[in-house]
Design a protein. Structure first.
Length: 598
């Protein structure tokens, strides 16, 4: 609102009766309160003195601050104030205090604000000076879902709607939708006097509340049916994930406190991935090699020639696939040049294949196998190692059914092992991506390039193990497994991204859409108990608690709306009663004056 000459006829018909505070009391408050400059502790959304002074030249009011329902967008009575030169906390305090007047016996009030990480730090001290009758013990501070993604990492766990009990699927962004309706009024209201401007804004605010009440039942029914399906999915997802871990681990996790703890500027949370626990690439490679050797040795303790034949055939198929990856440039963990690596791998593969051919002639004499060291057709020319390499018709034709039945259990073990390694690779990649986006990550082009190269290598490993699993699954299908098997399902691109729709979300960063995030089946599939590394279990714990939170928020979305509308109805009744009592006093006073004059 621009500066203007004093208008003697500028008076409000009902000052303080609706959304704006009575102007006289508000100005007295601003005159008495001493503004304190607070140092920002977050690089996200800001409020306060972040605007240029020249922006408010010849301006007495720069905007409004209003408290409204974060879920339904209804404006709260006595909870709107004018702002002077920016959004300062002393203005916000007055509106928040007015809104809390009608809290009544409400057990908890959720206060959602774009900069709550900064606002709530000294909120108790400010209210202790000016609003002694306001009970802040029932207030829980959070940040709207869209805004919190622009805050620093710790704010996204300490003030998250996703991880705060009782929130349901509320996003806290309803006020932004109301501002989209009211902002077009700015060109006209900036030329009005104070009272006229307040009455015009209140008329539009009241219209928004009126339409919210009319559409409440329809919106509630639509939300209920939309939420019912989502809730069933989230409950089933969490139950399957819970059953995939041992009861001892689940019991240990269930004892942990889900409330974030703050130590200085650092926040610890069960929903937060601790990137300091991640292993290096050499450590991960050594782990995979040791596990493969141990597994191979364990399988062959009581091995027969037939078992050796099957296991060697599976390994040859894996080597052939790796040759194709090297040839196509799909690997980034080579020690030398791609040409040298391809030549060495081809030689090793051909040598092992030639050594294996005599046993192939013994166990599969009627099955054709074409191989040659000097083959120039590429690694894909080496085919038909085991019964699973043939169609069902060819298996019957070459009398491979009995051998295929024995191969099936080893292919199942191969699929489970590949799935375990795939989960490990995705979790390791999640740690590194999270480290890349952390505010503690090294800055600069060199550090960024190095980290991106690291992530590219991990992406190649994810694709490698996904291909190994897909080959084992295809072998099982060729051996007669049903395509609808719940244990060995087909992999999709979304499965390889863990719980994240894109890089920088899911495990890596708690982003938008987490309430409707669908957990991939690979995380609920049974895993080998040998995977006991602390960093891997830490990633599993984060996945477990995030799935738990999604389930709880979905269940709350079913149970909470009736309570929320009940609180709103009670507040409306109190406000209506006060309005009619005030109107009665006005009429009584007016009638008394008329009697005196008569």
């Amino acid at each position: 609102m621009r500066k203007a000459l004093t208008d003697p006829l500028d008076f409000h018909l009902h000052p303080g009766a609706l959304f704006f505070w009575e102007e006289g009391k508000y100005q007295e408050y601003l005159a008495e309160v001493v503004e304190e400059t607070e140092v920002s502790t977050c690089s996200g959304f800001k409020a306060g003195g972040v605007f240029k002074a020249s922006k408010f030249k010849n301006v007495t009011v720069s905007g409004i601050f209003s408290c409204m329902c974060a879920r339904h967008g209804s404006f709260r009575p006595d909870a709107t104030v004018d702002l002077q030169k920016g959004e300062k906390f002393i203005n916000c305090d007055y509106a928040v205090a007015g809104s809390l007047k009608f809290a009544g016996s409400t057990p908890r009030v959720v206060h959602s604000y774009n900069v709550n990480c900064q606002y709530c730090q000294k909120m108790a001290a400010r209210f202790a000076k000016c609003f002694l009758d306001v009970d802040l013990s029932i207030v829980k501070s959070v940040i709207p879902k869209w805004h919190v993604s622009a805050h620093r990492e710790d704010c996204q766990y300490e003030f998250s709607f996703y991880y705060t009990p009782g929130m349901g699927n509320t996003d806290g962004e309803a006020p932004e939708r109301n501002w989209a309706v009211l902002n077009p009024m700015a060109p006209s209201t900036r030329e009005m006097n104070t009272a006229h401007r307040h009455e015009s804004l209140e008329d539009h605010m009241n219209n928004i509340n009126y339409h919210n009440m009319l559409s409440a039942a329809r919106k509630l029914v639509i939300a209920f049916f939309d939420t019912t399906t989502n809730t069933a999915d989230r409950v089933s997802e969490f139950q399957q994930l819970k059953e995939s871990y041992s009861p001892e681990i689940v019991a240990q996790w269930e004892k942990l406190d889900q409330k974030p703890t703050c130590r200085g500027r650092n926040v610890s949370s069960v929903f937060k991935l601790d990137t300091t626990m991640a292993p290096t690439l050499p450590q991960l490679a050594k782990r995979a090699l040791d596990k493969a050797n141990a597994l191979r040795g364990a399988k062959r303790v009581h091995a027969t020639d037939l078992v050796d034949f099957i296991l060697e055939g599976i390994e040859l198929e894996t080597m052939r696939a790796n040759l194709c990856r090297i040839r196509d440039g799909q690997t980034s963990d080579l020690d030398g040049s791609p040409a040298t690596a391809l030549r060495d791998a081809m030689t090793a593969f051909a040598d092992r294949l030639e050594a294996w051919l005599p046993t192939h002639a013994v166990f599969m004499p009627r099955a054709p196998l074409h191989s040659s060291k000097s083959s120039s057709r590429g690694p894909e020319s080496f085919r038909y190692f085991l019964p699973s390499s043939y169609s069902s018709h060819q298996q019957k034709l070459h009398d491979l059914s009995a051998l295929g039945h024995m191969e099936r259990k080893y292919q199942q073990a191969q699929a489970r092992d590949a799935l375990d390694e795939l989960r490990i690779a995705i979790k390791h990649r999640a740690f590194r991506i999270r480290g890349k986006y952390s505010h503690k990550a090294p800055r600069g082009q060199k550090a960024h390039t190095r980290m991106q190269g690291y992530i590219d290598t991990l992406n190649a490993q994810v694709k490698k193990y996904a291909a190994e699993y897909s080959r084992a699954r295809q072998a099982l299908l060729n051996l007669g497994m049903s395509p609808n098997s719940p244990t060995f399902q087909p992999l999709s691109d979304s499965d390889l991204k863990g719980s994240a729709p894109k890089e920088g979300e899911g495990w890596e960063v708690s982003g938008l859409g987490e309430s409707h995030c669908e957990l991939s089946w690979i995380w609920t599939a049974p895993c080998n108990e040998g995977d006991v590394e602390s960093w891997s279990k830490a990633a599993d714990k984060v996945q477990f608690f995030r799935s738990w939170a999604r389930r709880d928020r979905a269940v709350e979305e079913i149970n909470k709306p009736a309570d929320l509308y009940g609180f709103g109805h009670n507040a409306l009744c109190v406000r209506s009663r006060n309005m009619y009592l005030r109107l009665l006093d006005t009429i009584t006073s007016g009638m008394a004056d008329l009697v005196k004059e008569g």
